[in-house]
Design a protein around this ligand. Structure first.
Ligand code: CTP
Length: 436
């Protein structure tokens, strides 16, 4: 998609190219797996109005041939380009278009279709539909059903280049990505870094591969228990003062949400942040490192993945005053006590089959220091974050991470929004989980 597929700020061209390539690779699925991917799956396909609507017919046909149960929703504009009959013939299912056609019972039936579907494709997405989806509008059947779905949504947009590049469209795409919607890049030429895409709908094979990848990821942690720590901890010296750090909790929250999207039973244990508690997972708010430590041990049972993304304060004030300390006569030095090392404790106590992923935020000797932490704490893998070169990654919305494995293997990831990086990390970790 266009240059601002991701949050418009802070992107250098090279970072963006790397990100796009990484995402494109992640989205693709070998075509040999397609039947395996779609057999027995229910896919909702929403088609918007535009000249490429006919290409969506090809996607529907291919999905059905690969074994999927495909249900199509057309917008009013889509029906100016293709008929319901086309999609009825190709999908073998009734085609839906009118929110009010058959009364409220009919509407409810569609909500149940949304619930039983495994994925939602929004094809030939126009600037208008993207704007509606980004703002939660529900003024036609397609937008209503997207709003009602909890399943993964894949969008393939198609529009004029200027409309695609327009700031409102870019902001809408960024907002939808923030919410976990995935986007298929338009056709050939877009990945040529520095060049602007023409906004054509991606070819059907690309959409199919991306859908297969989406389905695979949405199941990849089913049956797994995942425990994630996030955010900073606060270590109070008195009721008005505490030691802490600038962690926003975004990385840990993104990982927890992404693990949930992939079917895991997730417990997110977080220090104080500005982020809302995510839906559909066990959220345990804590304040201090000691509370986080206790909560982790309480929820660790049966976990196959522990992710320590929290920026845990290593020390707490040794003396805590119940009353606010007055500056007159106050000590100018503070005695500290060491906090428990949560992740090291998890690694020491874990049962076989529990993979432990740590994070290392460093200002210098990034990889050497991160590796030392991995070894000392007996972790299976560590994410190294350079907070010296780019302080914005500590507490910011984007990050540049390198995944380090025992034995010297390293996987640098492109700088990208934390939500995107969360997906990239889980892609790599999932394959390494015992029993996968
Ligand atoms: N961690 C933890 N408990 C602590 C300190 C850190 O669980 N008391 C975890 C973090 O969640 C992270 C990893 O250990 O996964 C490394 O954290 P980091 O703050 O980078 O390292 P520290 O061990 O605190 O070492 P230092 O502050 O000296 O760099």
């Amino acid at each position: 998609m266009a240059r601002n597929l991701f949050a418009p700020s802070a992107f250098k061209a090279r970072d963006l190219c790397d990100t796009i390539r990484a995402l494109a690779d992640r989205l693709m699925e070998p075509s040999s797996n397609l039947e395996q991917s779609f057999s027995g799956r229910t896919i909702l396909v929403g088609v918007c109005g535009g000249i490429a609507a006919y290409k969506c017919a090809e996607v529907v046909s291919a999905l059905r041939q690969a074994g999927a149960d495909v249900h199509v929703i057309l917008t009013e504009a889509a029906q100016k380009f293709v008929s319901q009959l086309t999609f009825f013939a190709l999908s073998g299912n009734a085609v839906h278009a009118d929110l009010f056609a058959e009364g409220s019972a009919w509407d409810v039936a569609h909500i149940s279709l949304v619930r039983k579907s495994d994925a939602f494709l929004v094809l030939n997405a126009t600037a208008n539909t993207l704007a509606k989806l980004a703002h939660g509008l529900a003024d036609n059947l397609l937008t209503t059903c997207v709003l009602a779905t909890r399943r993964p949504v894949l969008v393939a947009a198609a529009m004029n280049t200027a409309m695609l590049e327009a700031e409102p469209t870019q902001a809408n795409i960024a907002a939808l990505q923030e919410r976990g919607f995935e986007f298929v890049e338009p056709g050939a030429g877009f990945l040529a870094c520095g060049e602007v895409g023409d906004g054509r709908l991606a070819d059907p094979q690309t959409i199919l591969s991306a859908t297969a990848g989406l389905l695979r990821r949405s199941q990849s942690l089913r049956g797994r228990r995942v425990v994630v720590t996030a955010g900073p901890t606060r270590e109070f010296a008195d009721p008005a003062r505490f030691l802490s750090n600038p962690s926003s909790g975004r990385m840990g929250f993104a990982l927890a949400i992404e693990a949930r999207r992939r079917g895991a039973d997730v417990t997110l244990i977080s220090g104080p942040t500005q982020l809302p508690a995510p839906a559909d997972l066990r959220f345990v708010p804590v304040t201090t490192a000691s509370e986080m430590h206790a909560a982790v041990l309480e929820h660790l049972d049966g976990a196959s993945l522990f992710i320590g993304a929290a920026a845990v304060a290593d020390f707490r004030p040794a003396d805590v005053s119940l009353d606010k300390v007055k500056k007159e006569g106050a000590a100018t030095t503070m005695a500290l006590s060491a906090n428990p090392d949560i992740i090291a404790d998890v690694a020491a106590r874990r049962l076989p089959g529990c993979f432990v992923l740590g994070f290392a935020a460093e200002t210098d000797d990034l990889e050497a220091n991160a590796r030392k932490k991995m070894e000392k704490k007996n972790l299976d893998c560590i994410v190294a974050n350079d907070i010296g070169a780019d302080l914005s990654s500590f507490g910011g919305s984007h990050t540049q991470a390198t995944l380090l494995w025992p034995g010297g293997r390293r996987e640098p990831l492109p700088r990208a929004p934390k939500k995107v990086v969360a997906g990239m990390l889980l892609d790599r970790i999932t394959d390494a989980l015992p029993g996968m």
